[in-house]
Ligand binder design. Structure first.
Ligand code: NA7
Length: 531
């Protein structure tokens, strides 16, 4: 039987994949989206742990490509919870009739570039097919990191990972529960699980900074105001270094008086969530300024947590923001409950998982449920877990062994006609993801349309431009405090991964750069290279 052929294969039906399908199909291309899960949503399908919600205000964490959509949709809360985001994505899919071109329960397991035919040979869990282009819309935080604790396979209780949460209801009532990890996911989940469980043990390796979300019902006046000037409001996103609207970023902490600084930190602490880091322009640039913000947050933690010893354990020491900042609804307060115990893994390392629970330090914990909130192989994991082979059969995993290199986070040398949405080298995780992925979807779609108009078949990045680009990514990061601690921004959470800083910091210069590249007929990319 002849293989199915299409113009574009999109991998993943999350925010990026859905918009790619709409955009490319509207431009007249044949497109199929392959999705491993049985439904759409990507990150928002998999991360359905208790308390999961976005930590960028929903009025900004939403599509802007369609004015009617952004006018019609009403978010019920400032920061929407996972079920509502999933509902929104389903609404978008129905509104633009997307589901008919998404093949669910279908995993892309391999993709090989056929140099003779200039086609991608795609192997899914169900069939082989051919496509001119392949776009990885696989998300930045979608390949769960599951530490290989000794004895884990023998554990007989309920084992869960926050990034792979089951669709069935999970009820912890009357259960003894342990959660390993204290990143964003755990920080969102702990207050909710603590309300349910008989007892919750929290195993912490590194304390984390978190800002209160002060989440609540959508302020309808604010919503009406934003909707009356949505394009202008969105423009504020694009003008901000992190792609988040409404941050004042002129003044410097090191130049402010102590009282004034405290007052301003307080206002941002109360109202801005992640935007706390935008209180002053120098917080992520200057170690002294950063320490001022860190001291402020440490003090807040001390105020919130009643037991001074626990407060001390929950107090992060490192540069604030160099690990992804968290936003919570009652995280530190949860440790004031009698049914929550914090265990410091530095003094009580996990020795092994047992059939009944786990052993850490000298204690054995008998558990009904064990939750791994241990994060992701961020930014590259979802791509390298697929066997992708480019020119000369080179494997992407091997090519990225010593560090992921990409031109603009969009194209990779040796991998023609393969695009990544929010790939390494783009602002991605250091920006508001939704506008960032929309920017990429439009760039990729426009590029493929331009190729059709200009009769080009094959586009690829070169080693030279991507080397230069990744040097710039690191030079920019060197001007900040982002490299000053271990984080998934620099691969430190995965042992075998190259320790390299991957996101480009600065939405406005990045946007300007990729726009210019496109205007100059995709400068830096090579078309129809002959061997
Ligand atoms: P994160 O932020 O990577 O957090 C993972 C947590 O798990 C973090 O506290 C880690 O400690 C801890 N961890 C990871 N491996 C281990 C092992 N082996 N033992 C003990 N503890 C471990 O992932 P999240 O899912 O919380 O958040 C991901 C992003 O999703 C988030 O930033 C938002 O953008 C949304 P560590 O700090 O490495 O010492």
């Amino acid at each position: 039987m002849p293989l199915r052929k299409m113009d574009v294969v999109v991998v993943g039906a999350g925010f990026s994949g859905l918009y790619l399908l709409h955009k490319l199909r509207s431009a007249g291309f044949s497109v199929t989206v392959f999705e491993k899960a049985d439904q759409l949503g990507g990150t928002w399908h998999w991360n359905r742990y208790p308390g999961a919600r976005c930590d960028i205000p929903s009025l900004q964490y939403s599509y802007q490509f369609d004015e009617d959509l952004q006018q019609d949709w009403n978010w019920t809360e400032k920061y929407s919870a996972q079920p509502e985001i999933l509902e929104y994505l389903n609404h978008v899919a129905d509104r633009f009739d997307l589901k008919k071109d998404i093949e669910f329960n279908t995993e892309v397991v391999a993709a090989k570039f056929n140099e003779e035919k200039s086609l991608w040979q795609i192997k899914t869990s169900k069939e082989e097919l051919e496509s001119k282009f392949c776009v990885m819309a696989t998300g930045c935080l979608s390949a769960p990191n599951t530490p290989d604790f000794e004895g884990m396979k023998d554990y007989e209780g309920q084992l869960l990972h926050t990034g792979k949460w089951p669709q069935r209801p999970v009820d912890f009532t009357d259960e003894t529960v342990a959660i390993i990890g204290t990143g964003s996911s755990s920080i969102q989940a702990i207050p909710v699980i603590a309300e349910q469980a008989k007892h919750l043990y929290v195993f912490q390796r590194t304390a984390n900074y978190s800002i209160p979300s002060n989440n609540g019902p959508m302020n309808t006046q604010e919503e009406a105001d934003v909707k009356s000037r949505y394009p202008e409001f969105r423009k504020e996103n694009w003008d901000n270094g992190f792609g988040i609207a409404g941050l004042e970023i002129e003044a410097l902490a090191v130049e402010a008086g102590e009282e004034e600084r405290k007052e301003k930190f307080n206002v941002h602490w109360e109202n801005e969530g992640l935007g706390f880091l935008g209180t002053y322009a120098d917080l992520m640039l200057d170690k002294d300024a950063n320490e001022m913000a860190a001291v402020f947050v440490r003090e807040k933690i001390r105020e919130k947590v009643k037991d001074p010893e626990i407060a001390e354990l929950l107090r992060p020491e490192y540069t604030i923001g160099c690990k992804r900042l968290c936003v919570d609804s009652g995280y530190f307060e949860a440790f004031n409950r009698d049914n929550v115990t914090l265990i410091d893994l530095n003094t009580n390392p996990i020795a092994r998982i047992t059939p009944e629970g786990l052993v850490a330090g000298k204690e054995e914990y008998s558990l009904d449920s064990l939750i791994l909130a241990t994060g992701f192989d961020a930014m590259t994991g979802a791509v390298t877990r697929i066997d992708i082979r480019g020119r000369g059969g080179v494997s992407l995993k091997d090519q990225w062994k010593n560090g992921a290199k990409s031109y603009l986070g969009l194209g990779i040398s040796n991998f023609p006609n393969l695009f990544t949405v929010t790939g390494p080298g783009s602002p991605s995780v250091l920006s508001n993801m939704v506008p960032s992925l929309e920017l990429h979807v439009e760039w990729i779609s426009n590029c493929i349309e331009w190729m059709r108009e200009n009769k080009k078949s094959v586009i690829e990045s070169t080693k030279t431009v991507e080397d230069e680009w990744m040097i710039l990514v690191n030079e920019v990061a060197d001007q900040t405090v982002y490299k000053s601690c271990k984080s998934w921004y620099n691969g430190s959470n995965i042992d075998e991964k190259a320790k390299e800083f991957l996101p480009f910091i600065g939405v406005p210069p990045y946007t300007e750069k990729i726009t210019q590249v496109a205007e100059q007929n995709y400068q830096g990319f090579v078309f129809d290279k002959t061997n």
